[in-house]
Design a protein around this ligand. Structure first.
Ligand SMILES: Nc1nc2c(ncn2[C@@H]2O[C@H](COP(=O)(O)OP(=O)(O)OP(=O)(O)O)[C@@H](O)[C@H]2O)c(=O)[nH]1
Length: 309
């Protein structure tokens, strides 16, 4: 990774730092785990699969170490161009990392995407750590069997059993990572938890509210962009965002009866953004129909993805 800013804050004593990639099937709990380890909300969690489109990093400081998490998009069988780009980017991120965490939903077990990830990991040289997640839902005997099966398939340095939801096992994982990363100066200032620009984070928050409210009706093809960000003299901020959908019928769903739905989404998003910024927010949401945006190379660059050829 070479894109880190040169403004790191040195801590006293020998510092450690490095990049940790999270690989896992859709819905394995990657975003929940990053949020838990970082201790603040940086990556968006919904119960829909494949919601993490851009690579979002969370930064945890633990003991003397700065741990930069690369929250990869779900690794799954690509169907559309956009999906292919996400998979390529996810594996690229893994190869740049100092440590790879392989997250498996212990309730689902090792099948489908999880099995495919283990298979592909055989060619990856970086140190690998197995994380069995959602242990709050699984009995210990099954966990032991899963551990054995996964370790037969891939050489893992360690296995951790965690619940990203309750936090169980997460401190042990942080302790391990803090010691495992190489010695070196920190990449980011101490108080920084994500290098996702605020505009993009604000768009992610609106996207989360959109999915939480319309999860049944709305396809993944919808997308939110922050188009305007204006700091006003009275200390408040005016934000304009556009929700892009692919069809007129979807636009109607997002607007809702007499604009009820978009108003509720806007209100929930505004409150959360204001909480993070600690300033008053005026949020204006617009809905636009944009067909086939998934095939537009410009969109890929905006999301930090490679356009597949
Ligand atoms: N019971 C339980 N549920 C969990 C746990 N961790 C995550 N979940 C739930 O699993 C679902 C998926 O979690 P995410 O963190 O969005 O999963 P993800 O791997 O980031 O998903 P994608 O972004 O789609 O790849 C959410 O409903 C979480 O609340 C856990 O430890 N226990």
């Amino acid at each position: 990774m070479t894109d880190a800013p040169e403004t790191a804050t040195p801590a006293t004593g020998a510092t450690r730092s490095g990049f940790v990639a999270l690989l896992g099937a859709p819905n394995a709990g990657k975003s929940t785990l990053v949020n838990r380890l970082v201790g603040a909300k940086v990556s968006i969690v919904t119960h829909k699969v494949q919601t993490t489109r851009a690579i979002v990093r969370g930064i945890a400081t633990h003991d003397n170490a700065q741990i930069v998490f690369i929250d990869t998009p779900g690794i799954f069988k690509p169907k559309r161009r956009l999906d292919t780009a996400m998979v390529t980017t996810a594996w690229g991120g893994a190869r740049d990392a100092d440590v790879i965490l392989v997250l498996i939903d212990a309730e689902r077990g090792i099948k489908g995407d999880a099995a495919a990830i283990l298979e592909r990991l055989k060619d990856v040289r970086q140190p690998k750590v197995l994380i069995l997640n959602k242990v709050d839902r699984v009995d210990p005997e099954k966990l032991l069997k899963l551990t054995a099966t996964a370790n037969e398939a891939v050489e893992f340095e360690r296995t951790f059993m965690v619940s990203a939801l309750t936090g169980s096992g997460c401190k042990d994982l942080l302790d391990f990572l803090a010691k495992r990363l190489p010695e070196g100066p920190w990449y980011y200032p101490e108080d920084q938890i994500s290098d996702l620009p605020m505009r993009q984070l604000a768009a992610e928050i609106t996207r989360e509210k959109l999915y939480l409210r319309l999860h049944q009706e709305l396809p993944y093809s919808s997308h939110v962009e922050t188009e305007k960000w204006e700091e006003l003299p009275n200390g408040s901020v005016r934000i304009e965002q556009v929700i892009f959908v692919e069809r007129d019928s979807q636009k109607k769903i997002v607007l809702g009866h007499k604009g009820e739905t978009i108003r509720a989404i806007g209100q929930a998003s505004r409150m959360e953004i204001a909480g993070i910024l600690e300033q008053k927010v005026h949020l204006f949401l617009f809905v636009k129909v944009r067909e086939n945006w998934g095939d537009d190379p410009e969109r890929y660059r905006e999301m930090g993805l490679d356009f597949p050829h």
